[in-house]
Write a protein that binds this ligand. Structure first.
Ligand code: S3P
Length: 170
């Protein structure tokens, strides 16, 4: 079984994913890292040179391969959820865990990191709007966790409990 982490940019999927994979004794895989390895370019470079459509094509190809893995925590780029094809691949062996937080928390996590073309130079209001547009996709998950006020350990424990015992917290 795989554990698939979805959520908006900057919510902490990669950090949590790595910690969770250690706790579960699972492998770890990050779709953005695989895309960069596959194309030999950084994410901003792919967007700049080939645009978002091409990026999404590579993303789907990478997800199709990653979905075949066994016992792996898969941290997904924030836009992966927009494609039914992506989610169908990921769901065949994976439980979908969505992490979410307030826009303030997302902005504080992102800081001045410029590596995300879709929100680079965007105002708080614009980012909030993009988050709201994505909500219809993020809500389709086996488990959702509001991580705004939780520590990394608490988040990891909640996911672990769900994976091992099917337990959900309120
Ligand atoms: C994107 C999120 C990014 C990366 C790309 C597009 C999105 O990943 O895949 O910049 O559409 O939300 P992170 O969520 O890991 O930042």
């Amino acid at each position: 079984m795989n554990v698939v982490l979805t959520g908006f940019m900057g919510v902490g999927k990669s950090t949590i994913g790595k910690l969770l994979s250690e706790k579960l004794g699972f492998g770890f895989c990050d779709t953005d890292e695989e895309i960069e390895k596959n194309s030999n370019m950084s994410i901003p470079e792919i967007f700049e040179k080939y645009g978002e459509t091409k990026f999404r094509e590579i993303e789907t190809k990478v997800i199709k391969e990653i979905s075949l893995k066994q016992n792996c925590v898969i941290s997904c780029g924030g836009g992966v959820v927009k494609s039914d094809e992506n989610m169908n691949y990921l769901k065949t062996k994976g439980k979908i865990i969505n992490l979410y937080a307030t826009v303030e928390k997302i902005l504080s996590n992102i800081g001045d990191d410029q590596g995300r073309p879709l929100i680079k130079g965007k105002s708080k209001q614009e980012i909030k709007q993009l988050m709201e547009e994505r909500e219809q996709f993020y809500k389709n998950a086996d488990l959702r966790i509001d991580v705004t006020y939780l520590t990394k350990e608490e988040i990891v424990n909640q996911i672990e409990d769900f994976i091992r015992n099917g337990e959900k917290y309120d």
